[in-house]
Design a protein around this ligand. Structure first.
Ligand code: ADP
Length: 380
């Protein structure tokens, strides 16, 4: 902001010592630019004027009849964000000047040392600095608004994508069922007429259709979990493990698996999802067992504002280089002939942990078993 005859620099001076005010006015006259000075003697008078009139800069003496010290600046600042303020301090009050700048003044000047050049420089500098500060503030607010808007857009498109995937998977099942049942009809009705090779081809096709059906089924389950409204409550994880145990009882008994755990905490979560999470991890520990009897041990410990859970097994393990990709949908390390599955269990486990605001990862080595870690924040 630079002055011109039509556009003088408008200065509001808070100063009850008329001698000092006169001195400042004289210095301003030494300016080779036009200005308009308004002097007020009290804080209240100045605040009233600021409500109806705009100024380019405020010169503020902190010792006024109705306010003294740094409070003068605090009060003025509360009522006026836009106009740059230059604080005028006494000789022994440099600390106050620095404090004033920290809490919002653009500059400070020591009264007894001011000269015309210094005053002019400070006024120009304060006006420019305030302008840059306001621009930065606007830019920041703009940016925050943009980030919020993008996040909303992203959430919406994410939701739409999930819905699309859900509907598409759902609709795919109908024609798939048709393929499956006609193939089976073909197998039953023409079994005698076809040669061995043709029957084998039909069997491959039937198996392929069945597999596709399980994959679509699991994909639907994934989207069901992703779109489920969470029912947050205090969840006793010891109880979650008991339920999981009952759900997996036949696999546990069949494999003579040993499932143990330490005392586990109560966390803020969705009980059904927590059961599903443990179920997916424990059933994998049983499925990917070694020749040894499966031993699964669960522990948890509190870490600042979250719980760290650990599910350790003595199964076949895997190479450390694969431990990241196993959480991706349909990523498997084995063929269906080796181990049945669609590769979605860990993606669901990851989705559940993310929905609770936590992280999941694994550590493993071939033949050394695996450890699955996940965190659940104390508060969401
Ligand atoms: P699925 O079991 O249907 O393949 P998951 O998503 O549950 O799907 O697991 C992905 C892959 O991670 C599995 O194919 C397996 O190779 C590996 N995996 C998961 N859990 C374990 C485990 N406890 N021990 C060894 N490998 C595992």
């Amino acid at each position: 902001m630079y002055s011109s005859i039509e556009n003088p620099i408008k200065i509001l001076l808070f100063e009850d010592n008329l001698g000092d005010a006169g001195l400042l006015e004289e210095m301003l006259e030494g300016f080779n630019c036009s200005y308009r000075l308004k002097v007020v003697e009290t804080l209240n008078e100045g605040l009233k004027i600021l409500k109806i009139q705009l100024f380019d800069v405020i010169l503020l003496d902190l010792g006024l009849p109705d306010s003294d010290g740094i409070d003068t600046l605090v009060d003025l600042h509360k009522n006026n964000f836009k106009t740059p303020i230059i604080v005028l301090t006494g000789l022994n009050n440099e600390d106050i000047g620095t404090l004033a700048v920290k809490i919002g003044a653009q500059d400070y000047l020591i009264k007894k040392q001011i000269d015309s050049t210094m005053l002019k420089r400070s006024i120009r500098y304060s006006i420019e600095r305030k302008k840059i500060e306001s621009e930065l503030q606007n830019y920041k607010e703009n940016l925050e608004e943009k980030v919020k808007e993008r996040t909303r857009e992203l959430e919406r498109s994410n939701k739409e994508l999930q819905q699309f995937a859900y509907v598409a998977s759902h609709d795919l099942r109908e024609p798939l069922r048709m393929i499956s049942s006609f193939l089976q009809l073909l197998e039953r009705r023409y079994n005698e007429q076809l040669d061995e090779e043709a029957n084998e081809f039909i069997e491959f096709a039937v198996n392929g259709a069945k597999r596709l059906d399980s994959m679509i089924n699991d994909l639907l389950e994934y989207y069901r979990v992703a779109n489920k409204e969470k029912k947050l409550d205090d969840v006793d994880v010891n109880k979650v493990i008991s339920t999981t145990y009952l759900n997996l009882k036949s696999a546990i008994d069949e494999n003579k698996a040993e499932l143990t755990h330490n005392q586990l905490p109560t966390v803020l979560g969705d009980e059904k999802l927590m059961v599903q999470l443990f179920q997916n991890l424990i059933s994998n520990s049983i499925k990917y067992r070694s020749i040894e009897r499966p031993r699964i041990h669960i522990t948890a410990k509190k870490e600042s504002n979250q719980y760290l859970f650990k599910v350790r097994d003595n199964g076949i393990g895997m190479s450390p280089k694969h431990v990241e990709r196993i959480f991706t949908i349909f990523q498997r390390l084995h063929t269906n002939e080796e181990y049945e599955g669609t590769g979605i269990g860990l993606s669901i486990a990851q989705k559940i942990v993310h929905q609770h605001g936590g992280q999941i990862w694994a550590e493993s080595e071939p033949e050394k078993g695996s450890i699955f870690y996940f965190t659940i924040p104390e508060l969401m």
